[in-house]
Structure formats: structure tokens, C-alpha cells
Design a protein around this ligand. Structure first.
Ligand SMILES: NC(=O)c1ccc[n+]([C@@H]2O[C@H](COP(=O)([O-])OP(=O)(O)OC[C@H]3O[C@@H](n4cnc5c(N)ncnc54)[C@H](OP(=O)(O)O)[C@@H]3O)[C@@H](O)[C@H]2O)c1
Length: 261
């Protein structure tokens, strides 16, 4: 039997799947024939949903999820399980970043980034662990960042949260190994998404340059002289969610185009 004939249609959950890397990952999984459920805080934003449906197709399910709230995680995962069956693919793409030099981090800035970027994936994995255990198969892809492996001025909470995601990934990978549950983190450099657009706005303001000039600066700062696209992250996640990735777990994979950060 060929590889493609062995792939099953599975239920996939993608957090932060209305935009950027999450949306591209949701599309890659929908294109593989999986039933995709997207969770976002903006699931009542008609325009955002229309835009996502244009990419994902009418079948994709989109509903409200705040990964910072345990009741929201419980309600979302119960709804997906009830309507579509037990999810065995999880992509944790939801994330935020706020810049401030370390002494200027407010408690709110620190706690929000840890809460969403690190505690969020922990809650989601814990909520779906039983489904994957029962299936004897699972794929968990956590979108971390090169920021989890290097430091940078102005990003202490973000770096700490992403370093935490890499540690979480490795522990879950070890615990999942005997049960057919694989867990990786994918760590990109700058990727052209709404999150990067925010960074460009900030750079333009700080340096007194136009947003186009700031974008050009970011582009030139990459050794490949280009901005990585969300689809590049999604294609690795797509491969990871096939049976061909049997031994791929317990690892952080960078998509950095030659950059350290
Ligand atoms: N772009 C980059 O350069 C880059 C580089 C390395 C890593 N990353 C990581 O990649 C992931 C995706 O980011 P992106 O670049 O695609 O930016 P993005 O388009 O801003 O995506 C982030 C998504 O997270 C969602 N989100 C934020 N807080 C949430 C919460 N509490 N509950 C549920 N969803 C939440 C947002 O949707 P709502 O606001 O609607 O909820 C948004 O759709 C993030 O984890 C980010 O840290 C990005």
C-alpha cells in the first residue's frame, strides 16, 4: 500500500489559525484532507472569518478560543470532540509579543506572554492528550521561535516564553514516544505575517523611517535577503502530521534562512 493510501482523515485543531502561520498550517492540513478546527479570540469577527474561509474552504470550522483561559480551552476542545470526533493533531500557533527593555517589562506584559505563548500550549496539549493516547497516534506541533534559543534586547518575556515552549515540547515528546504521540517545536526567524507587520510599525517609529524602509531593513538583515513566508512553516508542519514522520519528535526545528534571530 502506498504512503498516501495509508493517510487517514484526522481531526486537527489549530490555535491562532485565523491569521499568519496558524492559517497557513490550517490550510496545509485541510489540503491533506483533515477536518480542521480553528480556534481564535476573533471568531466573532465576520471579516476575519470570511478571509479565513476564502483560504480554508467552507468546511473548516472556526470558533472562539482563548488559550489563556482554561474554561475556554475546555469548552473549545469539548465542542470539537463532540461535533467532529477526537482530535489527534494539534498545532499551537497562537502567540503574542510585546517589546520592552527588561526592567521596563510590566507584570502584565510578562504574564500575558507567558500565559498565551507558554501556558496556552500546555493547556491545549493537556486537554487533547487523552484523545491522542486513546487513538495511539498524535501529532503536536508547537510554533516556538528562534527567540527561544537566543536572547535579544527588548524581548525578555517573549524569549522566555518561547524557550519554555521548546522545553515543554521535548518533555511531551519523551512522554508521548511510547504512545505514538510525536511532539516537535518549529522555530522560525521573522516570518511575513500580521505579527511582523506590527514589528515593522514599531521599527519605523523608533528609527523615524517609513514602514517600507523598515520592511526593507528587516529583509536585508536576513542572510538569504528575503522574508520567510508562513507557507514555509506550514509545509514542515504538514509533513510532520503525516505517518511518514514516525521518528520525528522531541526536537526543535528552526526555519531561520540563515539568521540567528
Ligand atoms: N511572524 C514572525 O516573525 C514569527 C517568528 C517566530 C515565531 N512566531 C510565532 O508564530 C506564531 C504565529 O504568529 P504569526 O506570526 O502568525 O502572527 P499572527 O498572525 O499575529 O498570529 C497570532 C495568532 O494568535 C492568536 N492569538 C493570540 N492570542 C490568543 C489567545 N489568547 N487565544 C487564542 N488565539 C490567540 C491571534 O488571533 P486572535 O487575536 O484573533 O486571537 C493570531 O491569529 C506565534 O506563536 C508567534 O510567536 C512568529
Amino acid at each position: 500500500m502506498g504512503q498516501s493510501a495509508r493517510q487517514q482523515r484526522r481531526v486537527a485543531v489549530v490555535t491562532g489559525g485565523l491569521t499568519g502561520i496558524g492559517l497557513a498550517a490550517a490550510k496545509a492540513l485541510a489540503d491533506q484532507g483533515h477536518h480542521v478546527a480553528v480556534g481564535s479570540r476573533q471568531a466573532d469577527n465576520v471579516h476575519a472569518i470570511e478571509d479565513a474561509r476564502a483560504v480554508l474552504g467552507a468546511q473548516a470550522h472556526i470558533s472562539r478560543l482563548d488559550v489563556a483561559s482554561q474554561p475556554s480551552v475546555d469548552a473549545f476542545t469539548a465542542m470539537v470532540r463532540h461535533h467532529f470526533g477526537p482530535p489527534t493533531i494539534l498545532v499551537n500557533a497562537a502567540g503574542i509579543y510585546r517589546e520592552a527593555f527588561f526592567p521596563d517589562h510590566s507584570d502584565r506584559d510578562w504574564l500575558d506572554q507567558i500565559e498565551i505563548n507558554l501556558n496556552g500550549p500546555f493547556r491545549m496539549i493537556r486537554a487533547l492528550w487523552g484523545d491522542m493516547l486513546e487513538a495511539g497516534w498524535g501529532r503536536i506541533a508547537n510554533v516556538a521561535s528562534t527567540a527561544g534559543s537566543v536572547g535579544a534586547a527588548g524581548y525578555a518575556a517573549y524569549c522566555a516564553s518561547k524557550a519554555g515552549v521548546i522545553g515543554l515540547t521535548k518533555s511531551v515528546g519523551v512522554e508521548g514516544a511510547p504512545h505514538g504521540i510525536n511532539c516537535i517545536s518549529v522555530s522560525p526567524t521573522w516570518v511575513e505575517t500580521p505579527m511582523m507587520d506590527n514589528a515593522i510599525g514599531r521599527i519605523a517609529k523608533d528609527k523615524g523611517i517609513t514602514p517600507d524602509a523598515a520592511r526593507e531593513r528587516l529583509t536585508r538583515s536576513n542572510p538569504q535577503g528575503r522574508l520567510v513566508q508562513p507557507e514555509e512553516i506550514a509545509s514542515l508542519i504538514g509533513f510532520f502530521c503525516t505517518d511518514a514522520s514516525l521518528g520525528l519528535t522531541n526536537v526543535d526545528i528552526q526555519i531561520n534562512a540563515g539568521a540567528d534571530w
